[in-house]
Design a protein around this ligand. Structure first.
Ligand SMILES: Cc1ncc(COP(=O)(O)O)c(C=O)c1O
Length: 378
């Protein structure tokens, strides 16, 4: 059998990883400011993470959700404490798309409605409703098309108010990223998120904060939506949660009551996944990684803003978009091939920085030097 060819691949095989670095099979070292797509939150192969996962594997790796798994309770408590949402309820699953699917189901179960409001340039995943709520017709199969999703312009309070004024009673939920990742690092304004909160309260709709990419401390607060001072009814999270181990979560406000079998999963919340997620939160606390994300994000943004070839720098904390003019759209490739630095991108001309939250100033400086050299010589 061969692989189903769904990704254009870089011709690189990574064999070793530590902290902010990875090494290929020929021994070349790369600086990783992409974090395997915002997944590596506490650095590659962090010793505490390796130790906790290894110890857990020696005890029990998996048993089904038909028994008590105290690690899930510990994780819910720790996540509640670190995120400041101590009274929320945690449903554990395996991926960002699955978290969003479950969030939209919970909303619809809660108020009995069908319409979900999503926004231009949104990305919520590749499965059923999650992909239908994603603003990219190229990845929506005919079977995923549904009238239950309504797209409104991002950051447009008036359009949102207008929709609710006529159809508010049909809205099950509004789903929104605090910072759009795939869409090109577009930050939701505080007034926009506050309007979503107010309208959801008025019309008994559910506010779903997709925190899959922008959450888990990346912006210096636990959820990017926290910067606007509003609380969502449901937060979805994945990527940084397990530092590479597949684990995702749906944090659900106390006003939404669970019923048996309303949600379910085979693998979600298994022993290893919980150990990985707990290790991440422990390191985040011990090493004050949200503070580091704030400080290093500020440093990087300030330095980037001084590079004249860059059109715009957007983002918060360690979720940064560097908008380049069209003639420099090859810089991401150059950074990888010549300077051995992994970065992310939003096509065609935005470099996305999504490093681990414990990136140091030395590593940030290595990147800045390389970027300056790349844009000057290009
Ligand atoms: C904001 C957002 N939501 C959902 C997803 C889907 O997550 P997953 O690929 O784990 O299904 C992503 C993935 O990039 C994302 O960025």
């Amino acid at each position: 059998m061969k692989l189903f060819d769904v990704y254009p691949l870089n011709d690189i095989t990574i064999e070793k990883a530590a902290g902010a670095y990875v090494w290929d099979d020929k021994g070349a070292q790369y600086l990783d400011l992409y974090g395997g797509h915002a997944v590596i939150s506490i650095g590659h192969t962090h010793p505490h993470y390796v130790e906790r996962l290894t110890a857990q594997l020696h005890k029990v790796g998996f048993y089904s959700n038909s028994i008590k798994i105290p690690l899930q309770v510990q994780l819910a408590q720790k996540l509640g404490a670190v995120s400041g949402k101590t009274d929320y309820q945690l449903f554990l699953c395996n991926s960002g798309a699955e978290a969003n699917e479950n969030a939209m189901k919970v909303a619809s179960f809660y108020n009995g409605r069908k319409k979900i409001i999503s926004f231009t340039k949104a990305f919520h995943g590749r499965t059923s409703l999650a992909v239908a709520a994603t603003d990219n017709p190229a990845i929506i199969a005919p079977v995923n098309e549904t009238d239950n999703i309504v797209f409104l312009p991002f950051n447009d309070v008036a359009a949102l108010q207008q929709y609710f004024a006529t159809d508010g009673e049909t809205v099950a939920a509004v789903i929104v990223e605090g910072i759009q990742g795939v869409g090109g690092i577009n930050v939701a304004t505080a007034s926009f998120l506050q309007a979503i909160r107010n309208l959801c309260d008025t019309y008994n709709s559910i506010f779903i904060a997709d925190s899959v990419q922008c959450g888990y401390g990346r912006t210096g607060k636990f959820y990017a939506h926290d910067h606007s001072g509003v609380a969502a009814d449901i937060y979805t999270m994945a990527k940084g949660m397990g530092n590479g181990f597949p684990v995702a979560g749906v944090a659900i406000a106390p006003k939404i009551a669970a019923k048996h079998f309303m949600l379910g999963t085979t693998f979600g919340g298994n022993h290893l996944a919980c150990a990985a997620a707990l290790a991440v939160l422990e390191v985040m606390e011990q090493e004050q990684l949200m503070l580091n994300a704030t400080n290093m994000g500020k440093y990087l943004m300030e330095q980037l803003q001084q590079i004249p070839q860059i059109e715009t720098v957007r983002g918060v904390g360690l979720m940064i978009g560097i908008v380049l003019p069209p003639h420099l759209s090859h810089i991401k490739k150059l950074l990888l091939e010549k300077y051995k630095i992994f970065t992310g991108e939003a096509k065609p001309n935005i470099i996305r920085l999504l490093p681990a939250l414990n990136i140091t100033q030395k590593e940030a400086d290595l990147f800045l030097q390389a970027l300056k050299a790349a844009v000057t010589t290009a």
